[in-house]
Write a protein that binds this ligand. Structure first.
Ligand code: 1HN
Length: 345
């Protein structure tokens, strides 16, 4: 590949004339925006240990009352993007949120999509568009774009969850904003029970407007049972994984990010092939080694790590006698919709 001309090769007066007219020569920057064969991601492999983060989150609970925070969150930021950008990858935002007993995080709605993966504690709930969703460890709760949501806590111990949003992408699109609202009236619950029978959907004849997001809460007990059943009934299947989908369409639960739960059999090691989207890995249960681009992360329960796209990721269950369970989020729906999704073996 031939060397392209540099900016310094151009006469100063020419460069100044261009600049004054808001013009830029492409060729000095062409290789930077379009590197050969594969991108050069800012996203670095990084891990965040829950054990070290938790005391700082609890301290935030003492330092900042909920009224002064609205959402009391420590953001899991990737230094490759600059910490102030609050990005785990180009499209993924991650944060650990703390709600203390009796606290209330007021209702709002916004353009970015969010999900919560519950990490610890009991008694908290999220109300999404009038549906009250109890927060139980390992549950996945959706707050899709534009839907009202607020968090409350009737329990006695701190509750912590992992927030995953497509905020960096929506912000980049200059489409991120929020609206505050009044406390919601609870009108329903248990969408997960209405939709819990595989292959069978409620079919009301006089249907009231079909929601684009029929299922808001995916209980961990069901996800875990699905993985164990898959491991037992498909013993030759190497990757025991489920995708959180919209049960009406079978498509990804949300438009931009994809969500999955993965089980590693006792002692199992799997290498996930290199694919274009970046991904995050959060350990729900067990002990797992993650290997990403020369980096080794020893994940314990509630630890989280991220990997850029275009690189394989190896996950190894450190236990020889117990399964391990991970929650994954990636940018696949985005890449697939835009036609840039790739897998490289
Ligand atoms: C948000 O609305 C929540 O509702 C959590 O709990 C984290 C991060 C950025 C923007 C909005 C929530 C958020 C957020």
């Amino acid at each position: 590949m031939n060397e392209l001309g540099r900016l310094e090769d151009l006469p100063l007066d020419y460069r100044e004339s261009l600049q004054q007219l808001n013009l830029v020569p492409l060729w000095p920057s062409l290789r930077a925006v379009m590197p050969p064969h594969q991108p050069r991601p800012r996203t670095q492999p990084v891990s965040w240990q829950y054990k070290t983060l938790r005391p700082l989150l609890m301290r935030a609970g003492e330092l900042t009352p909920i009224e002064k925070a609205e959402r009391r969150v420590l953001v899991l930021a990737n230094p490759g993007h600059g910490l102030e950008k609050m990005q785990a990858s180009s499209a993924i935002y991650l944060g650990m949120q703390l709600l203390l007993p009796g606290e209330w995080a007021p209702s709002h709605r916004h353009t970015p999509n969010a999900v919560r993966m519950i990490v610890e504690g009991e008694g908290a709930y999220t109300t999404v568009e009038g549906e009250k969703c109890p927060m139980v460890r390992g549950d996945l709760i959706l707050t899709p774009t534009g839907l009202w949501h607020e968090h409350g806590h009737d329990g006695t111990e701190p509750v912590v969850w992992l927030d995953v949003l497509d905020l960096p992408l929506v912000y980049y699109m200059e489409a991120a904003y929020h609206v505050d609202g009044p406390r919601q009236t609870v009108v329903s619950s248990a969408s997960e029970r209405r939709l819990a029978r595989g292959g069978m959907l409620p079919t009301p004849v006089f249907a009231r407007g079909n929601s684009a997001y029929p299922m808001l809460r995916y209980p961990w007990a069901q996800a875990r049972a699905a993985l164990e059943t898959m491991a037992a009934t498909e013993p030759h299947e190497e990757v025991v994984q489920i995708t959180y989908v919209n049960p009406h369409t079978g498509a990804h639960a949300l438009n931009i990010l994809g969500f999955y739960a993965l089980m590693l059999r006792p002692g199992q090691s799997v290498t996930l092939p290199a694919r274009s989207p970046a991904a995050i890995y959060h350990l729900i249960e067990g002990a797992v080694d993650a290997h990403v681009m020369e980096q080794h992360f020893a994940l314990d329960e509630a630890d989280t790590c991220c990997a850029p796209g275009y690189t394989p990721v190896t996950l190894r269950n450190r236990s020889a006698d117990a399964p391990a369970f991970l929650f994954l989020a990636d940018e696949s729906p985005l890449h697939q919709k835009l036609g840039v999704y790739e897998r490289r073996d």
